[in-house]
Design a protein around this ligand. Structure first.
Ligand SMILES: NC(=O)C1=CN([C@@H]2O[C@H](COP(=O)(O)OP(=O)(O)OC[C@H]3O[C@@H](n4cnc5c(N)ncnc54)[C@H](OP(=O)(O)O)[C@@H]3O)[C@@H](O)[C@H]2O)C=CC1
Ligand SMILES: CCCCCCCCCCCCCCCC(=O)[C@@H](N)CO
Length: 329
């Protein structure tokens, strides 16, 4: 977070234990496999046990040192109130009494729809909030209470690496797009929580912990196939601006950003522009470049928004009042 970047790896994982939610499919599975290849012990968390079993085999067979690394899964629903304490307790018991060193909240879902026309809008918004926001919020609180408790003060002679808690948002938390009303606020909420925690963590100078937020654009995952079933046509049109990436690529670029020590990690060029466009009072990855780039983004947005809104108006003229659109859900 200094003026210039360094080449140090800020998140070494070899021999560390990483807990990942949403780890049975999509980006979470890819991240688990890649961290296994780098020598981490992995705890996979999601709901469906059959998919967790399959994922565990893949993550195991990617291990850098199969004789020393260990792997397990815990089935849990991150939308259940108070789920996270039990997950962390089970993880600690499995890990010989030590808490995981890194917790990455990836579990999420999206229910694209038109806010005004769709009868499911508010139910979908609550579900998106429960999984995407509260799922990650509860997990962060459970692990931070463990890491930051006075009994768990790291031995200063031991040069402990910082712990890491990582949230997974979306570029939609940096730039909103029509059709994502139930989802976008849940990802913006994660940003608000992360910025607050980044400051709160300074109250614990003897317990080094870093918080991060990853902002992927479209990921060609099983979740993307599901969300496309209800996605409004105009949303499909607009999001073509940002090309989809595979779960493997998104996981790889996320890990690279975390290794560079970034606070907000973006995956693409547009994502980086969007990040510099919203910085406000958020911590910067690089104070010089992020600030200078940030000066130009309002000008870019003048043209981007003009063109997008014109595209939406053309769509509206072609398709008539939205109450007449073909029902997607
Ligand atoms: N796909 C996209 O285009 C984008 C996605 N994102 C975000 O990135 C993250 C990963 O997305 P993606 O790769 O598409 O994920 P997928 O939808 O493909 O996979 C979701 C994973 O989360 C688990 N999961 C879902 N709901 C719950 C729950 N209630 N409790 C526990 N686990 C749950 C699923 O397993 P199970 O169902 O068994 O529980 C699965 O392992 C999400 O946070 C998503 O919002 C961000 C930008 C773009
Ligand atoms: C200065 C910057 C210019 C900005 C250009 C705007 C381009 C719009 C691209 C929108 C991409 C939306 C991806 C959604 C991913 C997602 O989170 C969902 N698939 C999950 O449900």
């Amino acid at each position: 977070m200094g003026l210039f970047s360094s080449t140090k790896n800020h998140m070494p994982v070899e021999g560390k234990t990483v807990l990942i939610t949403g780890a049975s499919e999509g980006m979470g599975l890819s991240a688990s496999i890649q961290l296994s290849q780098k020598g981490a012990n992995i705890i996979l968390v999601s709901r469906n046990v059959g998919r967790l079993e399959e994922a565990l085999l893949k993550v195991k067979s990617a291990a850098k040192s199969p004789s020393t690394q260990k792997f397990t899964y815990i089935s849990a629903d991150v939308s259940e109130p108070d789920y996270a304490g039990a997950v962390i307790a089970e993880a600690i018991a499995w890990n010989g009494g030590s808490a995981p060193d890194i917790v990455w909240c990836v579990a999420g879902l999206s229910t694209p729809l038109l806010w005004v026309e769709d009868d499911n809008a508010l139910a979908a918004a609550r579900r998106n909030m429960d999984v995407n926001y509260f799922g990650a919020a509860e997990m962060s609180r459970a692990i931070l209470r463990e890491w930051l408790s006075p009994e768990n003060k790291p031995d200063p002679s031991n040069k402990a690496e910082p712990k890491h808690v990582i949230f997974t948002a979306s570029v939609l938390a940096l730039f909103a797009v029509v059709g994502y009303a139930p989802y976008t606020p849940s990802k913006w909420a994660l940003r608000g929580l992360a910025d607050t925690l980044a400051m709160e963590l300074s109250l614990y100078p003897d317990h080094p912990v870093k918080v991060h937020v990853v902002y992927p654009a479209t990921i060609t995952s099983p979740g993307f196939e599901r969300e496309n079933k209800t996605k409004p046509e105009i949303t499909v049109e607009l999001e073509k601006e940002e090309p989809p990436e595979t779960p493997d690529t998104v996981a790889q670029r996320s890990i690279e950003g975390l290794e560079r020590g970034e606070y907000y990690v973006t995956i693409s060029f547009l994502g980086r522009l969007m990040r510099c466009g919203i910085m406000g009072g958020s911590p910067r990855n690089n104070w010089f470049f992020d600030t200078v780039l940030g000066w130009f983004i309002p000008v870019v947005y003048y043209f981007v928004l003009r063109s997008m809104n014109a595209q939406i108006v053309r769509f509206a003229r072609r398709n008539g009042h939205p109450s007449g659109y073909k029902k997607t859900s």
